[in-house]
Structure formats: C-alpha cells, structure tokens
Design a protein around this ligand. Structure first.
Ligand SMILES: Nc1ncnc2c1ncn2[C@@H]1O[C@H](COP(=O)(O)OP(=O)(O)OP(=O)(O)O)[C@@H](O)[C@H]1O
Ligand SMILES: [Mg+2]
Length: 278
C-alpha cells in the first residue's frame, strides 16, 4: 500500500521575471516502510521536492499526500534531517533529543527515558550530558536523527544528511541508518547526489533530470538486502553505477540499462529483479 503519494506535482520558484519551473510533473508513490533515494545533479530540485513533502513549499500544480491526507504544512509526522544539524546549542544532548516530547507536554522522567533509549540506538549512550559543540560532526548527526525519531514520524525526509561528513564517518552513518531503518521500518525519502550512497541505501532509486526536475529513471533494488559496502564493487552494482553516472551526465541520451549489457545482468542482480522505467 502506498503511504506517500506525489501526484503530477509541478512547482515554480522565484518571483516575477525570476520565476522558473523547478519541478515538472512529478508523480511517485512510496510504500510504507520503503527506503527511496532521490538521486540527481546539483540544482535539479531535490531539496525543492523534499521541501514540498515537508510542507514548507506549496506545489503550484498537483498534490502531495501522506496516508491519504493532503500535505498542507510542516508536521512532526514528517521528520526532516538536513546536511547541518538543527540542535539547540544551549541544550545538552538528552534535552535536545527530548525536545519534541517536551513540546507535547510529556513529563521529564518519561521524555528522558525515551531519549535515552533512542540515544542508545544511535550509539550515543553515555553522551547525554554533552553539548552539541562537544560532539564530532557524525555524533551531531546521530543526535539529530534521534531528535527527529523521538516524534515517531511516519516518514523520515533526509536531505544529504551525511554530505558534510568525512568519507569514513559517512559510510558508518549509512550503516547506522540502514540498521535503524531495519529495526524501525520507518519510510525514508533520502536525497543525495552520491551514486554509491544511493546504491547502498535504497530499495528504489529515482533519478532526476537537471532543472526542471523530472523523474527520468527508476531502479528497484528491493531484494538485494542485507547489503554491505563491498557489494558496490561487484560487477552488477558497477554496471548500475555506470548507468546512473550516464544518466546524471547525459540525462536525455542514455540507453536503457539492459542494453548496456549484451550478456545480461549478473546472476545476483537479474533483470527480473530490476524494474526500469524512463
Ligand atoms: N528560494 C528560491 N528562489 C529561487 N530559486 C531557488 C530557490 N531555492 C532554490 N532555488 C533554485 O532552484 C533550483 C532547485 O534547487 P534545489 O535546492 O531544490 O536543488 P538541489 O537538487 O537540492 O541541489 P543541490 O544538490 O545543490 O542541493 C536551483 O536552480 C536553485 O538555484
Ligand atoms: Mg539540495
């Protein structure tokens, strides 16, 4: 059953003569518990689409809905994580994580208990009393994820959340996220322009064209779990990577993936397991 529905969404940004089409006729559905990556070149409208899902931007045409309810504004049931954390510098880690519960009037012992549980899940037990400035970038993003998850969102909207981290920390954060998602099964829409990141994380990759953003291809990787980073160097994934790279470089001239490989897909990633639509 689809949980998130984007139905023929077009979106203009800017004012007057500066006005331009940022998203053009985007339709997609995301199933409950699915992990979807939006992959596209810089400036193609990924953050714009996520902003519309978050309820911060209004679609010019079309509609967006979550569990049948039209999205009309921001809500804690759609948790948003950016590249840079939004933690309060004057609150310690546990109070940052528990903040959403405080806003809902939940008493301190209960909110601290739930925050502690989440901090343990993101590998930060023992760091409750630290302040954000006393944490590494990766740890700050772990706190940020816990801060969002405490609201038990139906959907986690992530906009290049690991983009500012060093390469090794980034890989660890990707593993942590998959681990969390495997346990919680929260629906995730994850924006990235990093092909490897999308290939490692996604059930489904939606590739976007340069501006105005459109969905130009869709790769389904659902059955390929659990996944380790080593999978990215297998011939099948290398082929997928090359396909994505071609799409990002030459969005209008790329051949369908199956024609890239006259010998067919590698057995571990057979054509039946992959669905492509242009
Ligand atoms: N408020 C705004 N007013 C005018 N133009 C904007 C505004 N916000 C974004 N843009 C432009 O809209 C287009 C889409 O931007 P968006 O931030 O969604 O792209 P993106 O795919 O997320 O890019 P990146 O990978 O660099 O983050 C870009 O050309 C950007 O310059
Ligand atoms: Mg962006």
């Amino acid at each position: 059953m689809s949980q998130l529905d984007i139905d023929h969404v077009s979106l203009y940004l800017g004012q007057g003569s500066q006005r331009f089409l940022a998203l053009q006729d985007i339709s997609l559905s995301v199933a409950a518990g699915e992990f979807v990556c939006l992959l596209g070149p810089s400036g193609c409208g990924k953050s714009t689409l996520l902003g519309a899902l978050a309820g911060h931007l209004r679609a010019t045409q079309g509609s967006l809905s979550l569990a049948g309810q039209t999205i009309q504004g921001p809500s804690p049931e759609r948790g948003l994580v950016f590249q840079h954390h939004t933690l309060f510098p004057w609150l310690n880690v546990i109070d940052n994580v528990a903040y959403g519960l405080k806003m809902r009037g939940i008493a301190k012992p209960e909110r601290h208990q739930r925050a502690r549980e989440l901090l343990e899940q993101v590998g930060l037990a023992g760091f409750e009393e630290r302040f954000p400035s006393q944490l590494s970038g990766g740890m700050q993003q772990r706190v940020e994820i816990a801060r969002v998850l405490i609201n038990q969102p139906r959907v986690l909207l992530m906009d290049e959340p690991f983009g500012a981290l060093d390469a090794l920390t980034r890989l660890k954060m990707q593993e942590l996220l998959v681990d969390l998602w495997t346990r919680l099964r929260t629906t995730v829409v994850f924006v990235t322009h990093d092909i490897d990141e999308a290939l490692f994380l996604a059930d489904r990759i939606l590739v976007m064209s340069p501006r105005p953003g459109r969905i130009i291809d869709e790769l389904s990787l659902t059955e390929h779990r659990p996944r380790r980073h080593e999978v990215l160097t297998t011939p099948a994934f290398s082929r997928l990577k090359r396909h994505c790279l071609d799409l990002l470089r030459h969005p209008d001239t790329t051949l369908p993936l199956d024609r890239l490989s006259p010998l067919g897909m590698a057995p571990e990633l057979s054509a039946e397991r992959l669905r492509f639509a242009v």
